[in-house]
Ligand binder design. Structure first.
Ligand SMILES: [Zn+2]
Length: 558
């Protein structure tokens, strides 16, 4: 580079700034609408341009300003759509020195006073242009008072005045202002369009750069032409256009193939490997946040591949990446991918705000590796329902022996699925009958009380004797209900040796006992003597003291 070259050097973003709508890339929809408006002379007096940084908002505003004021030849329409770039107005606007075209950065002039000064000048006729143009950049930064002052002018704009607003945050612009503007949403430029633009620029500049490097820059620019050209500038000035790894290092990017390796070790739960790839990338200059952004991008691609098997991903990726992605997609499930996505997204936020980003990123990877061994919700449900299939064993004729009750036979252990301890499990036969009533299984409830004698009760295993009045289906029904209510498998064993009593018989005996007990109570005895022939029909709870009295009386009587 000679001294002259250095003096004349302009950053690429400025040098290749579009001056006509033809040169504006990636905004075809907007250009078409503007073309129609100019063609039919139905132009709004206020425009608002929104979009992420570097997509061409202020560039578009300037082209509109020139199109409104161009006095060049070939004027078939009242207003020329594509400015000539040669007439006095075009040149002056291009060099940012036209008296009637004012460009204001709202970020540095937020106050109402500045806005009042601007608004006062609106009412003076243009000096040399056809139309006065006010370009206000970052309009969302204006104060409420400034917006209010502006609004009055927007409601009744003087003729020959056009406002063009630009903003990255359209949501912060009051609806009262928005409703008075023609709005254009400038889109992110697709990376393929950016790539061809970058190729064009490097050809014009006579720079040697390979396709891979161009595609790396285009993807890192995330749809912004200005960012793409700044990155290219940076790469050129560091001489990093010839080596892919140098370029990644310079731009703080992660190696996509290595992040895919990282993702694979996460899915297979290899914590050590995952951490070492992260550290290697970090040492090679990759920002942990960028690594996570890449991992998110790749998880998103994998998910798309999974749900749309015919998806063409070749354009965005090199051959290595796409074959790796295709292989990985085959072995992964959508629930696993969506869970990974959510965890990565949360991890990205944590990493961005953490005081030490690498540590935060490592913690997230450990969590991800750990999660890879956990079942997905669907797998969990499947496992549960598999382990709780109805399982009824009846052993008629088997005499219960204490030993057999304590330890189930090895065969039984093999066939039965482990019984899970749970809050839902009834702990006794009477709790079981209460559970039956709670679930409104009144027939089963009645059967359990009247037709069943409990031989043995332990969690997961109930041994019963059935009265002749019991329905044949009772053990099956009971096992099914218990499975539903407790989520566990219960063994219902039926013996044919009558032992003990049914609950109804027990209640009857208990009632008789209480009645007999009550009859011994001194108060009751005195009532009985006062009212001969009276019967004890209902017994209300006796106080502890009374019970003791009865006990004592009983003891004394012995
Ligand atoms: Zn012109």
């Amino acid at each position: 580079m000679t001294k002259d070259d250095i003096q004349n050097y302009r950053v690429l973003a400025l040098k290749y700034r579009p001056t006509t709508f033809d040169q504006l890339i990636g905004q075809e929809a907007m250009v078409r609408t503007l073309e129609n408006s100019f063609g039919t002379n139905r132009l709004a007096q206020a425009f608002i341009l929104t979009g992420v940084r570097g997509v061409g908002k202020t560039t578009t505003a300037r082209i509109i300003a020139r199109a409104l004021n161009c006095t060049g030849p070939k004027q078939s329409q009242p207003r020329r759509f594509d400015p000539c770039g040669k007439c006095e107005n075009c040149v002056a606007i291009f060099e940012d020195r036209h008296v009637d075209v004012l460009e204001i950065d709202a970020a540095s002039h937020t106050g109402v006073d500045r806005m009042r000064a601007i608004i006062d000048s609106v009412h003076y006729s243009p000096v040399s242009a056809k139309s006065k143009v006010y370009i206000i950049d970052e309009i969302h930064m204006l104060s409420t008072a400034a917006f209010n002052a502006l609004l009055k002018t927007l409601e009744e704009p003087p003729p020959n005045v056009t406002f063009i607003f630009a903003t990255t945050e359209i949501r912060k612009v009051p609806i009262t202002v928005l409703s008075r503007c023609q709005r254009f949403d400038l889109r992110r430029i697709p990376s393929t369009v950016l790539e061809s633009h970058l190729s064009h620029v490097t050809q014009c500049e006579g720079i040697n750069i390979d396709e891979v490097s161009i595609s790396i820059i285009a993807r890192a620019a995330e749809g912004s032409v200005r960012d793409a050209l700044s990155l290219l500038d940076k790469a050129i000035s560091y001489g990093a256009t010839s080596s892919e790894s140098e370029l990644r290092h310079l731009l703080g990017l992660a190696d996509n193939v290595r992040t895919l390796d990282l993702l694979e070790s996460v899915f297979s739960g290899h914590i050590e490997q995952a951490l070492s790839i992260l550290r290697e990338q970090y040492e090679a200059g990759a920002d942990p946040v960028v690594v996570f952004q890449t991992l998110l991008e790749q998880t998103h691609l994998l998910t798309r591949l999974k749900v749309i098997p015919d998806l063409k991903i070749g354009q965005e990726l090199n051959a290595d990446e796409s074959s790796m992605l295709n292989n990985m997609a085959q072995n992964l499930d959508v629930p696993v991918l969506t869970r990974t996505w959510q965890m990565l997204l949360k991890g990205l936020q944590e990493t961005q705000t953490a005081p030490h980003q690498l540590s935060a990123a490592e913690m997230v990877l450990v969590r991800l590796c750990h999660a890879s061994s956990l079942p997905t919700p669907i797998e969990l449900v499947k496992q549960l329902s598999d382990s709780t299939k109805p399982h009824i064993s009846t052993h008629p004729g088997e005499t219960p022996s204490p030993a057999a009750q304590e330890t189930p036979s090895p065969a039984a252990q093999e066939t039965s699925v482990p019984f899970r301890q749970s809050e839902l499990n009834p702990k006794s036969f009477s709790e079981l009958t209460e559970l039956t009533a709670e679930h409104k299984e009144m027939r089963l409830y009645a059967n359990l009380i009247n037709d069943v004698r409990l031989v043995n009760f332990s969690p997961g295993r109930i041994e019963i004797f059935l009265e002749p009045s019991a329905p044949e289906s009772l053990p099956k029904k009971l096992a099914e209900c218990l499975k539903d209510w407790t989520g566990s498998l219960w063994d219902i064993i039926v013996t044919d040796t009558p032992v003990g009593q049914t609950l109804a018989q027990q209640h009857q005996s208990a009632a008789e006992e209480r009645q007999a007990k009550a009859a011994k109570h001194p108060t009751v005895q005195s009532v009985m003597t006062t009212f001969p022939g009276a019967k004890i029909v209902d017994i209300h709870e006796l106080s502890q003291l009374d019970e003791n009295e009865i006990q004592n009386n009983g003891d004394n009587s012995k």
